[in-house]
Design a protein. Structure first.
Lengths: 128, 137
């Protein structure tokens, strides 16, 4: 079944087991209002199912990405619309977008997938 | 001229000619295993270019990194046109071959080539739970 959820507000802030934090390392600020989306791979169909779309807030975070019930083991992908973000700041960027694909084996653990991004570099790590 | 010099003259017709005369690729990569402080050796990578009309990725090259974590000959100057490219690194298989798991089954770096007369270096610094990339030289 194809379902789409918009990232929820403060009521779900502490409950999403997948979180992110986007930092603009070029300017030393959170990357606010960056569009992003969360996807899960359907292993039988070998396609990505869109779970959530949202935008980072003023702190570069996007609460409510997924509920605990929906968080099952598998392959996930967060796509960050970095090109659009830099464009809205009047700048070009080497990367039109960034996709981070990661594997969740234990759905009891939460997963923090931050993105540190500049116009010509980015990094990510598994955080807490 | 003695006979040895004569033979040498035939063998080294151009003293500046190397065995591999292919010009270097304008696009290069370098994979580093930052957890162990070594190059990322024998990692499968592939280079793709986006077809802007069909929005499909076209596979250009596949290869494996060498003992220095590099993969020469990714693309020729003639094929290197402006556009959106994707470099896919098989990071999961790499760590699997080392007997370890990795948070990232693979890493795809998508980048825009606006000026194909320039050289572009797209390295990957990788551990089991982190990675980074940058536009290098």
């Amino acid at each position: 079944m194809y379902s789409r959820f918009i990232a929820m507000g403060s009521s779900a802030k502490s409950s999403s087991p997948i979180t992110t934090h986007v930092l603009n390392t070029g300017d030393g600020v959170p990357a606010a209002r960056m569009a992003l989306s969360l996807h899960r791979l359907d292993p039988r169909m070998a396609i990505w199912n869109l779970l959530t779309i949202g935008n980072t807030d003023e702190d570069g975070r996007c609460p409510g990405l997924i509920t605990s019930d929906a968080f099952t083991p598998g392959l996930y992908k967060v796509r960050f619309e970095t090109g659009q973000y830099w464009e809205s700041l009047g700048q070009s960027s080497f990367y039109p977008y960034v996709e981070i694909v990661f594997s969740v084996s234990d759905a009891d653990q939460s997963c923090h997938v931050p993105l540190l991004v500049s116009r010509y570099s980015y990094s990510t790590y598994r955080g807490s | 001229m003695n006979r040895l010099q004569h033979i040498r003259g035939h063998l080294l017709a151009d003293k500046n000619m190397n065995i591999a005369t292919t010009p270097p690729s304008p696009l290069t990569t370098h994979v580093l295993n930052t957890a162990q402080g070594v190059p990322g050796v024998n990692m499968t990578i592939s280079l793709h270019r986006l077809n802007p009309i069909s929005s499909e990725w076209y596979l250009l090259t596949t290869g494996k990194t060498n003992d220095d974590g590099r993969c020469p000959g990714l693309i020729t100057k003639e094929n290197f046109i402006a556009g959106v490219y994707k470099m896919c690194f098989e990071t999961g298989k790499y760590w699997d071959a080392l007997g370890e798991t990795c948070f990232y089954p693979y890493v795809e770096v998508i980048f825009t080539i606006s000026d194909s007369s320039q050289k572009y270096h797209v390295p990957l610094l990788l551990s089991r739970f982190s990675y980074s990339t940058y536009r290098g030289s």
